[in-house]
Design a protein around this ligand. Structure first.
Ligand code: GSH
Length: 214
């Protein structure tokens, strides 16, 4: 059993997909949640200056989705064939493109934002305006596309749960914290959240994890 230490802020954020996989795999790990005040000192020690990182027997891994993909393969959650794996990765990247478009940690008021996720035009908006615009204009398109992609299926890719379903649950939980009505017209996407959240290991993790807004 490798020694695992996950380092991130006290947020679900980009570490939560790794925590879901560890919960599903019943892997023991240290869930180190650092204080913002300690961040500058830690940042200077990291190979790429970003978190989450995962230490595996002293080897430092970075990039949340690369780490998650590695464990998803181990867990049998990466897709049942190479074709399905590509589809799973594509759904994860689609969700991540959208989440990454939000100016999460800009301290200044004026931020450059991709005005829609599809087009890479830039416009100068306040942070608040940027969040509103993405939720009002970008989200419905993404949600309609996901709804069509899911169609009548139980899971986003193939016949069983994959980490793309986990990532949908995690990203949509954050989006719902920003806009509680977001999924009001998307019952099949809500039902998918329910299927993920009732997987026993995931339900247990959700009930015991630290409560944070994001
Ligand atoms: N694509 C990277 C991943 O998924 O791991 C993004 C990593 C990233 O931007 N992490 C943010 C960070 O380290 C927190 S979510 N911010 C602090 C900083 O850049 O100083």
């Amino acid at each position: 059993m490798p020694n695992l230490k996950l380092v991130y802020f006290n947020l679900r954020g980009r570490a939560e997909i790794i925590r879901y996989l560890f919960a599903y795999m019943d892997l023991k790990y240290e869930d180190r949640r650092i204080e913002p005040a300690d961040w500058p000192g830690i940042k200077s020690l990291l190979p790429f200056g970003k978190i989450p990182i995962l230490e595996v027997d002293g080897v430092t891994l970075h990039q949340s989705l690369a780490i998650a993909r590695y464990f998803a393969r181990e867990a049998g959650l990466a897709g049942k064939s190479e074709l399905e794996q590509c589809q799973v990765d594509a759904v994860v990247d689609t969700l991540d493109d959208f989440m990454a478009a939000f100016p999460w940690d800009e301290k200044i008021q004026d931020v450059k934002l991709r005005s829609t996720v599809q087009e890479c035009r830039t416009s100068s908006l306040s942070k608040e305006q940027a969040f509103s615009k993405l939720l009002a204009d970008g989200a419905p398109t993404l949600l309609r596309n996901l709804e069509t992609y899911l169609a009548e299926s139980e899971w986003l890719v193939g016949q069983s749960v994959t980490w793309a379903d986990f990532y949908w649950d995690i990203c949509s939980t954050t989006l719902l914290a920003l806009k509680p009505t977001l999924l009001d017209n998307f019952p099949t996407l809500v039902a998918l959240r329910g299927r993920v959240q009732t997987i026993p290991a995931i339900a247990a993790w959700i009930s015991r994890r630290p409560e944070t807004r994001l």
